[in-house]
Design a protein around this ligand. Sequence first.
Ligand SMILES: NC(=O)c1ccc[n+]([C@@H]2O[C@H](COP(=O)([O-])OP(=O)(O)OC[C@H]3O[C@@H](n4cnc5c(N)ncnc54)[C@H](OP(=O)(O)O)[C@@H]3O)[C@@H](O)[C@H]2O)c1
Length: 121
Amino acid sequence: MGRKTFESLGRVLPNRKHVVITKNKDFEIQNSNVEIVTDIKEIEKYINQETENFVIGGATIYKMLMPYASKMYITKIYEEFDGDVFFPEINEDEWSIVEREKGVKNEQNPFDYEYITYVRK
Ligand SMILES: NC(=O)c1ccc[n+]([C@@H]2O[C@H](COP(=O)([O-])OP(=O)(O)OC[C@H]3O[C@@H](n4cnc5c(N)ncnc54)[C@H](OP(=O)(O)O)[C@@H]3O)[C@@H](O)[C@H]2O)c1
């Protein structure tokens, strides 16, 4: 994830390794589950591994790493929102939908939404 996304989380999430990308060589987090990467080449070791590694944004990181992704787990909310950062355009010629599940609406989730899984063609 990008440094801004990491900061927007406000904490280190439990039970998973975080790889945070920043250009700031002084950026430090004292937590053994957080690796700070200042050169994008350092994430090459996480590409094409047996285990799944997830790119969780934000916009700049999605755009930069999209060419390396083989699968996307998208939650599509059928509502319009204001925003200033955006997920890259999905080129439907490059991706196939392999799973599609309607989300459950409730008090916390009042809009229509779907979980859509894409794999690269
Ligand atoms: N809805 C969702 O699913 C979702 C998911 C993720 C994020 N978000 C939201 O998106 C927003 C953040 O997105 P964003 O696109 O503004 O920021 P971002 O991608 O999270 O972080 C951008 C930062 O990443 C670092 N970076 C980017 N490219 C780099 C490179 N080539 N080498 C080294 N470091 C690099 C830079 O950090 P430095 O400035 O420290 O150098 C840059 O400022 C937040 O509001 C977050 O809540 C939403």
